[in-house]
Design a protein around this ligand. Structure first.
Ligand code: SAM
Length: 271
């Protein structure tokens, strides 16, 4: 880097000098503290030769350290004001930087990646996670830095208060754990609340067509939280005897089902 962007005064000066006001609408809070960036990379277990997908690299704070660890990076950044500065900021970088909204990205472009590491823009956390788990790429792990409350919510397990469709899907894939906190002072501009690192993995993907059915079943199961599971799943035409055969109570609600039972239901979904 030409400017030391891990140093707050330098980062502020760089942004100011180049007329780059951080855009709140794009969730731009740059994690400038090197030790915290390194913590994320350690949690994600980024190693030499890893092919990593990063969403929202911003000014490259995480990206550069992952490259230094020997990883090959594919990174999607929506804000062209930032990507324009990359050649100047990181002349040595070989990262495949793509100036595009990740939600519009074609999965073929990142299908070689095995790990996802991202300090996510807070306004589309769920949409991004849903895209990553539905796109057909068998990532080994997903490591996200997100607002702490949201991270704790996404790590909830069956029986916990806010366990919903996305929780169930993540728990089916592998352990989803909130592993460390990152204090708000490590970001610029400073957000109102602390963040946390959520790690999902190691992931064991069900076979592709079973996973597509599981996505359908879980989304339908939680569609109307006031309804019982059977009513929510009525539209999927699962044979009635399936519920008793799997030992699912007549009046059970989606939040009472274990990841295993969701998979078992998906297996019984007609083609
Ligand atoms: N990775 C950098 C860091 O750790 O300092 C920046 C993280 S910042 C929280 C989120 C980044 O995501 C911003 O750079 C923002 O421009 C980018 N972003 C927001 N929406 C996006 C989208 N739909 N697709 C790709 N990048 C997006």
């Amino acid at each position: 880097m030409t400017a030391d962007l891990y140093h707050l005064a330098d980062l502020k000066e760089f942004l100011q000098k180049n007329g780059l006001q951080a855009k709140r609408s794009l969730g731009q809070n740059f994690l400038f503290h090197k030790i915290e960036c390194e913590k994320i990379i350690r949690v994600a277990d980024v190693r030499k030769g890893d092919k990593v997908l990063e969403i929202g690299p911003g000014l490259g704070h995480l990206t550069c350290l992952m490259e230094a660890a020997g990883a090959e990076i594919t990174a999607y950044e929506i804000d062209q004001r930032l990507t324009n500065f990359w050649p100047e900021l990181h002349p040595e970088s070989k990262a495949g930087l793509i100036n595009e909204d990740f939600l519009q990205a074609d999965a073929k472009e990142f299908s070689r990646c095995s790990k996802v590491v991202a300090n996510l823009p807070y306004y589309i956390v769920k949409e991004i996670i849903l895209k990553l788990i539905s796109c057909g790429v068998s990532f080994q792990s997903l490591t996200f830095t997100i607002q702490k409350e949201e991270a704790l919510r996404l790590a909830q397990k069956k029986g916990e208060e806010r366990y919903g469709a996305l929780n169930a899907l993540l728990q089916i894939l592998g352990p989803a754990e909130c592993v460390a906190t990152i204090k708000k002072d490590n970001f610029y501009p400073r957000p109102h609340i602390d963040s946390a690192i959520l790690r999902i993995g190691p992931i064991s993907w069900p076979e592709y067509s079973l996973w597509q059915k599981t996505l359908k079943v879980v989304k339908a199961a939680f569609k109307n939280r006031r309804k019982i599971l059977k009513s929510n799943l009525a539209e999927l035409n699962i044979p009635m005897k399936t519920f008793s055969e799997l030992g699912i109570n007549e009046l059970a609600r989606a939040e009472e089902l274990s990841p295993k039972l969701f998979l078992a239901l998906a297996r019984r979904l007609p083609e």
